[in-house]
Design a protein around this ligand. Sequence first.
Ligand code: ATP
Length: 190
Amino acid sequence: MKIGLFFGSFNPIHTGHAIIASYMANHTDLDQVWLVVSPHNPLKERSELINMYDRLEMAKLAFEHAGNIRVSDIELKLPQPSYTIDTLTHLKERYPGHVFSLIMGADNLVSLKKWKNYELILRDYHIHVYPRPGFGESEWIAHPSVTVTETPLMELSATFIRKAVKEKKDVRFFVPDKVLDFIESKNLYR
Ligand code: ATP
């Protein structure tokens, strides 16, 4: 099967993420999308990061009924911080029947050069890039391993969700209902 991997902190997962996962799983030639929850992105600030098990649980709640969108806990079990190349190598060995590719926004493609062994990633994996406002074409866009997919977009960020929750503002419709229930029941981001 063709599996598109969508990496992120998902702190928390929101509708912007869900739209990408759903579009890629249902409207491209990918068979499945696996959402890979990263305990800690080495390139990202971590002060507001809540524990990885809660983030994993929220991601699972978001896609409970979507058979072709799976949530992977693989990076919770691998050494941290997680580097994408190591996770890819691990998945390739564990699932030799699958062909893995990456799904990333144009914002991520811009910083690709900072990733561990990015040349190997480009050599061995296909990257599906979707445009993000404010991020034009990077030098990688013309690379043979990169294709652009025009996805619908909802410009939300987890930072916005965390701030709104903290300020007790309503985030219904910005996160899946079950995710909101989870945030409230565990009093997260307050
Ligand atoms: P934060 O605000 O905490 O930085 P985030 O909302 O950007 O978080 P991440 O978990 O870092 O979320 O994102 C995972 C992946 O989803 C990244 O590739 C990121 O570029 C992408 N992404 C984030 N928000 C959106 C959005 N609104 N639409 C499409 N892609 C998004």
